[in-house]
Design a protein around this ligand. Sequence first.
Ligand SMILES: O=c1ccn([C@H]2C[C@H](O)[C@@H](COP(=O)(O)OP(=O)(O)OP(=O)(O)O)O2)c(=O)[nH]1
Length: 146
Amino acid sequence: MSITVKIINQSNNPLPEYATASSAGLDLRAFLEAPVTLQSLERTLIPTGLFMELPEGYEAQVRPRSGLAIKQGLTLLNTPGTIDADYRGEIKIIVINLSNEPQTIHSGDRIAQMIIAPYLQVHMLEVTLLTDTTRGSGGFGHTGKS
Ligand SMILES: O=c1ccn([C@H]2C[C@H](O)[C@@H](COP(=O)(O)OP(=O)(O)OP(=O)(O)O)O2)c(=O)[nH]1
């Protein structure tokens, strides 16, 4: 399946790619004029230079990369971020530094991954009674510890 995209400055900002033949996520790169340093617990919006036109019925989920999380404590604050099919703005990534040290992001760094997935829109049909189940309203640990 093809998706129409626009990218700023493609000579040094390549299109997102799948790292391996079966990768689920396309790696997203930071597109920055200068490196950005995040202090411990600081968050910021990192531009990618990427714009997309998703087909109707598809979303993109923006998720953290495990290597960045374990090595640098960098993750995404709103994971998974949702890119709507009708969004035409630049895709930006909300990065937070959960480590104790400052962390620097350079232009071209792969800061997140993006999964394209189908979604359903539903009609909310209101009723006064829902059907009974064994679980009922049990939740939040109701079935035990292990
Ligand atoms: O990590 C993200 C999350 C969202 N977006 C863009 C695409 C998405 O379609 C739009 C709106 O995102 P969302 O619905 O999460 O934002 P909101 O806070 O509900 O704002 P809005 O009222 O604009 O929908 O912002 C990004 O670029 N990166």
